[in-house]
Structure formats: structure tokens, C-alpha cells
Design a protein around this ligand. Sequence first.
Ligand code: ADP
Length: 243
Amino acid sequence: MSTKRQLINEQGIRTDGRGVDDLRPIKITLGYLTHANGSVLYEQGKNKILAAVFGPSEVHPKHTELPDRAILRVRYRMAPFSTEERKSPAPTRREIELSMVIRNALESVVLTELFPRTVIDIFVEVLQADAGTRVAGVTAAALALADAGIPMRGITAGCAVGKVDGKIVCDLNDIEDKEGEADMPVAYIPTLNKISLLQMDGLMTQEEFKQALSKAINSAMKVYQLQVNALKTKYIKREEVKK
Ligand code: ADP
């Protein structure tokens, strides 16, 4: 008979040493690529995600352009070496769906109406995956868009929460995502106080859901603060050098 592994001990400590509300360590390296208009290497625990933005540029084929706004084109991919078991390099249904989910999460912030008849390409390349890559992908894409100087109504920050060993926890790692009771990725736009992505895999009671949503917003605010700090550090330094 198999017994379920304990993921949170009696002291409330998780398998990677975090408390229930702690996020994994986050590292943001803006302008990671030379040839992109904006880029970032975003690390959240073992997740390593490269986001690159190109454009606004001319649309090909031309008939797909929109007369009143830019098209956002998002490509989310996991590298074949990003998971413990090698993943097939062919695009999966999951990757195609997550590309759409990430685009939807970003569409409400980008001022696409300023760039009619153009396309803005966003590449989200997962180099190493350890759960929560769709929300880390949103966070990274928002940073790469800001780095490219694309005007936005705000910066979208993502973080997943979930239910593990009956407790609501923030920023699930891969074991918690797979063996926990529920996983809820959320993306939040602090300046608009708007949720732009909310999905749920698993079950929670209404009370647990309320607690999870509040923890997701708190976690996204922590991520947002780090995004703002990284952008200020890069661009305020640059302004000072110019003076
Ligand atoms: P998210 O990364 O947004 O949490 P999922 O819940 O679908 O998306 O995936 C959870 C985690 O499972 C991923 O971050 C990754 O670590 C792992 N995973 C996803 N797809 C695969 C795959 N095809 N092969 C191996 N591991 C995978």
C-alpha cells in the first residue's frame, strides 16, 4: 500500500525549506540578449525562463494585420532539456494553449492601439522547468516588453498558489504541483487592480479559494516589487550615465 508523502512538516516547513507563504528566490537579468528589442532571463527557484520581445514590426502575411491595433504574438516553448525526463521538441498542445493563456494575460496591459498594422512578437522559452512556468512566463514577458520600451498600462506579475497537505501555500514547486491537492496560477496587474489570468487544477472549498486568491495577490505584489526594482536599477542608472 502506498502512503502519501508529507510535503509540509509539523513546523510548517516545505520540502525545499520554505514556509507556506514564501516565494522561491527570484533573479531578474534584464537585456540578456543582444538582438532582441527587449529581453530578460527570469529565474524563480529552479525555473529559468528567457523572454524576448521583437517589434512592433510589419505583419506577414499582410492580410492578418489589424487596422486599429498591433497583434500580440506569443510563443511559449519548453526546451527538450528543461525537464528531468526529456520532452519531445515538437510543440505540444499544452505549449500552444499556454501561448494563448500568456497572450490573454498580457493583452489588457499593452497599448496595442498605438501601433496599428504591426505585430509584437513575444518569445517565452523555458530553459528549466519546476512548476509555475506559465505565470513565470507572464512575469518575464511583461519585463521583456518593458525592456523593449513598449507602452503599457501597468506591469503584469504572476505567481501560482495552491493547496498542499490541506494548507494554502504560495509559489508551488514541481513536487507540490504534482502531489498537492490544487494548483492555481494567477497573474495580477497592480496598477489596475485587475486579475488577468486565473486557472485552477484540483479542488478547493470556497473559503480556501478566497484565502488562495488573497495569497496569490500578495505573492504577485512581491514579484511586482522585484520587477519594478529591476527596471529602475537598469533605467535610472542609464539616465544617470547620460547626464
Ligand atoms: P506550469 O509550469 O505553468 O505549472 P503545468 O502545471 O502544466 O504548468 O506543469 C507543471 C510542471 O510540470 C512544469 O513546470 C514542468 O516542471 C512539468 N512538466 C510540464 N510538462 C512536462 C513535460 N512534457 N514533461 C515533463 N515535465 C513537464
